[in-house]
Each structure stands twice: as C-alpha cells, then as structure tokens.
Design a protein around this ligand. Structure first.
Ligand SMILES: [Cu+2]
Length: 211
C-alpha cells in the first residue's frame, strides 16, 4: 500500500499540468509516513523510522539542505533481492539534479563532505555511460517541475541492503545526496553534478533489526 502510493506520487510528479495535485500527493506521502511511524519531534534525527510491509522492511528518511530545510523523503525497501529506492522532492527550484547513494551515512553541512564518495564497492568509475562504470550508488537524475516537486523510483538489482559481502548499509551506513546540477552519467567521479545540496541518512533506525 505504501509502495503503491509512493509510485503514484512519482508518476504524478512528472505531470507539470497537475501542480496542485502533485503537492497534495507529496504531502499525503509525508503525512502517511508520519502517521505510520514514530517520528522524532526534535528534528535532529534524520531517520523517520521503519515499518514492515509486504516482503521487506521499509525505511524512510528526510532529505534536508545544509540549513536544515526538509526538501523531500527517501525510502528504501528490500524486495527479495531488488532494492526499491523511492525519492520524493518538494519545495525545490525547478530543474534536473544529480542523485547518488554515497558511502557514509553522515550528513554534515555545509557541503556534506561527511557522506564520502559514491557508494562503490566494486571500485568502478562513475556513470552508466562510462565504460568502466558505473558505481553501485549511481542513480538517474531527478527532475523537479514548476510546482517544486518531483519523484523517482529506482529498482536496484544485485544490491543488498544488509548481509553479503558488500551491503549498502555497512558499518558506516549510507546517504542519499542531491546535487546542484544534472549528472552527465560519464565524468568520474561524480558526473559533473556540482555541489551537494541535500542529504538523507539511509538505513538508520535499524537497531531493532539486529543487523
Ligand atoms: Cu553524489
């Protein structure tokens, strides 16, 4: 159910003609997550929480700019070998932005260098159009329409969130970063995507899961 609504939001976000509905959908997603999960009130904790739905555990996190403004949410879910990663942005300037999974789950402003390089357990170069690429953490650009919202759902195959030799959620975690410019999908190490403008800590709140 949650996945369905998130997918609906991602699809709706591509329709610039339907701006009001987009924002409403984005709010619905946020509200729904807030209703369903224990949300820290102080805002210091970036992770919204976890819930078990369908085949795997879903985890949601807030995307924030360096000055603390929430500009979206990210959720990850393991669906039997496929990791479904859903990003919903709102309140962003219209444009196309690079987006990657970075290797450290730490979001410290102003430049979010704390999140480290792209998640790259196989030591490849950046970009799907790079013959030596891509990084495991490389994702498609996300587009924000006139209404300030946009969404992407990515199905990451051969990516394990936990367990195995190279889980995304290893000891130092992982983060999702939004960049100031579009990723060109080929220039190492980050596709000429510019500054890191928003960050979310992925995979937090898993203490109950016991690793
Ligand atoms: Cu990046």
């Amino acid at each position: 159910m949650i996945r369905h609504l998130l997918l609906t939001t991602a699809a709706a976000a591509t329709l610039a003609a339907c701006q009001a509905q987009q924002e409403e959908d984005a709010r619905d997603v946020l509200n729904m997550q807030n209703d369903a999960q224990a949300v820290p009130v102080n805002g210091a904790a970036e992770t919204l929480g976890t819930s078990t739905t369908g085949t795997g555990m879903m985890q949601s996190a807030q995307l924030r700019t360096a000055d603390g403004r929430q500009v979206g949410t990210v959720s990850t879910r393991d669906e039997g070998g496929v990791t479904v990663l859903t990003v919903a942005l709102q309140g962003m300037p219209q444009g196309t932005y690079g987006m990657h999974v970075h290797s450290v789950g730490k979001c410290e402003g102003p430049k979010f260098e704390s999140a480290g390089a792209h998640w790259n357990p196989e030591n490849r170069q950046h970009g799907a159009q790079n013959p030596r690429g891509p990084h495991a953490g490389d994702l498609e650009n996300i587009t924000v329409g006139q209404a300030g919202s946009g969404g992407v759902t990515a199905n990451l195959r051969d990516v394990a969130l936990r367990g195995g030799m190279t889980p995304m959620f290893d000891e130092d975690g992982a983060a999702l970063l939004i960049h100031a410019k579009a990723d060109d999908y080929r220039t190492d190490p980050s596709g000429n995507s510019g500054d890191r403008i928003a960050c979310a800590i992925l995979g937090g709140g898993e203490t109950a899961a016991g690793g």
